[in-house]
Design a protein around this ligand. Structure first.
Ligand code: NAD
Length: 483
């Protein structure tokens, strides 16, 4: 299969916070990979900008080190690395002051698409937006990319939206959720809306329930201070899990364009029932012999912040009334594994008798660590000996289907950055979507104060036992967390 890299117009990518962790781990390696793929055309440049005093040669060294540490196999391509570094420069810039802004204005190519990646804390978004406008860089060739967390509740998200809207049109604002940039998430839409097979069954008549799991095996690490103010509900559920949930549950958009897709996602959030307290379980991981407990790690022995959350959500609309969605996410769980499982109902009547057992079709969309889509199909066990049924996976893993050349898919950041340059907002969250997600989660979080503290769970487990009970009481079971 031929490579399908589609060139984009020359662009300037300005990473504000260009010396930070996100820039080094994700953005810069992603840009280099696109450069090697030939997608960063002549005349494009990468401008790192941050408070740190540094000159361009030192920054290039930092970029080279970051690619060596976090890049993929292409990092061995020294010739391309040299050419890529030649497109990189650095400006010392103060988001809150005047330093660096005039120089930035002179450095950007006015004829290029200009994407300003706000890789800084959200407290600086307003200052940056104001200065981009003041220094004449906010015209319609300018786009801004903002990272999570987009607010910590509805009020702060509204405030952020208002601050950005003062100087930018919604069509210029790209709110990133890197889960949406995953190849499989887009493939999910192709599978749903490109085939006749699934959509007629995609409703409460045929789907028993849906599970979404985003499981991490690591703890909070060095992010303890930040995490303890946030928790799993804010850090993961409100954004990543709810975004996946919207894509699974939404009605078919009329077109695969940004507003059609985002309108449908928004309708899902608005149709969610408020969450009853008995439909949520929170947990906090305990220590092991070698690893500290959550409370120890965040340095707060009385912390009531959850490192795990499981909930059962119901959507009140014609398609989904009666089909529950079980969502869970947490740290220090058994494995790093993320998946969506669409569990179809049993066949209404088994013609094969009791011995055939119970068989269900499950469509599994795996997101992490390996991506892929698998449909569990019931067939006859081959060979003589009567009609015995077994479940076999029908593997729709595109990497195998499309051939080895396609295995090196762009990672989520590569795809999303290129979408920014192309001006395609389909995989980015619109302001009203983010606000609606907060409007649903705010009362849930507010109720935590009146509820029992999070339940302890063992490192390497699937979360507290009560999370198992949350689904068991409906006669269902979580899928095993496995990579
Ligand atoms: P970081 O602390 O490592 O880096 C922050 C960057 O901002 C540095 O380059 C710093 O010099 C710059 N900066 C700080 N104050 C500034 C100012 N006044 N003027 C100019 N530059 C200033 O943070 P990070 O981990 O890179 O995260 C950046 C943003 O991305 C945060 O909002 C974070 O929540 C979000 N995020 C990070 C990750 C990640 O993997 N690191 C993942 C998702 C979201």
């Amino acid at each position: 299969m031929v490579s399908r890299t589609i060139p984009v117009d020359p662009f300037d990518l300005i990473i504000i916070g260009g010396t930070g962790d996100l820039a080094r781990r994700k953005i810069l390696p992603a840009l280099f990979r696109r450069f090697v793929a030939g997608q960063m055309g002549k005349g494009s440049q990468v401008i790192g900008a941050a408070r740190t005093e540094m000159d361009t040669p030192a920054y290039r060294q930092m970029v080279s080190d970051a690619i060596a540490e976090f890049g993929g196999p292409e990092k061995k391509d020294k010739a391309n690395l040299k050419k890529f570094l030649a497109t990189v420069c650095y400006i010392t810039l103060d988001a809150r002051g005047t330093a660096g802004w005039e120089e930035l204005g002179e450095t950007v190519h006015s004829e290029n698409i200009r994407a300003f990646y706000f890789s800084v804390g959200p407290g600086l978004f307003g200052d940056l937006a104001k200065r981009l406008h003041k220094y004449g860089m906010s015209d319609d060739r300018c786009r801004i990319v903002v990272e999570k967390p987009f607010g910590h509740d509805l009020a702060s998200a509204r405030e952020l939206n208002a601050v950005l809207a003062k100087h930018f049109d919604e069509s210029q604002i790209y709110r990133i959720d890197h889960y949406l940039g995953k190849e499989t998430v887009q493939n999910l839409m192709a599978v749903r809306f490109g085939n006749m097979l699934f959509e007629p069954l995609w409703n409460s008549q045929y789907v028993d329930h849906i599970q979404i799991t985003v499981s991490e095996s690591v703890g909070v690490g060095g992010r303890g201070g930040y995490y303890d103010k946030s928790g799993a509900m804010r850090d993961m559920m409100q954004n990543h899990l709810m975004q996946l949930f919207c894509l699974i549950a939404m009605e078919p958009p009329a077109k695969f364009d940004p507003d059609s897709v985002r309108d449908e996602k928004l309708k899902v959030i608005r149709a969610l029932d408020p969450l009853a307290p008995e439909n949520i379980v929170r947990g906090q991981y305990e220590a092991t012999e070698t690893k500290p407990s959550y409370r120890k790690q965040v340095g707060n022995r009385d912390s009531t912040t959850e490192s795990f959350v499981a909930l059962k959500a119901n959507i009140s609309n014609w398609r989904w009334a009666g089909t529950p969605f079980y969502l869970r996410t947490g740290k220090r769980l058994r494995e790093r594994a993320s998946e969506i499982a669409v569990v179809f109902k049993d066949a209404p009547h088994s013609i094969f008798g009791e011995d055939a057992g119970r068989h269900r079709n499950i469509l599994t969309i795996k997101l992490q660590p390996n991506e892929g889509i698998v449909l569990g199909v019931t067939i006859k066990e081959p060979g003589p000996g009567g009609m015995r049924l077994i479940d076999v996976p029908l593997d729709m893993t595109f990497a195998e289907a499309l051939g080895p050349e396609q295995a090196g898919f762009p990672d989520a950041y590569e795809r999303l950055i290129m979408d920014v340059i192309r001006g395609n907002q389909t995989l980015f969250m619109r302001g009203d979507e983010v606000e609606a997600a907060w409007a649903w989660t705010d009362p849930i979080i507010a109720a935590f104060g009146e509820q029992d503290p999070p339940l302890p769970y063992a490192t390497g487990s699937s979360g507290p036992d009560e999370a198992l009970a949350l689904i068991h009481r409906d006669g269902r079971a979580w899928r095993e967390i496995k990579a």
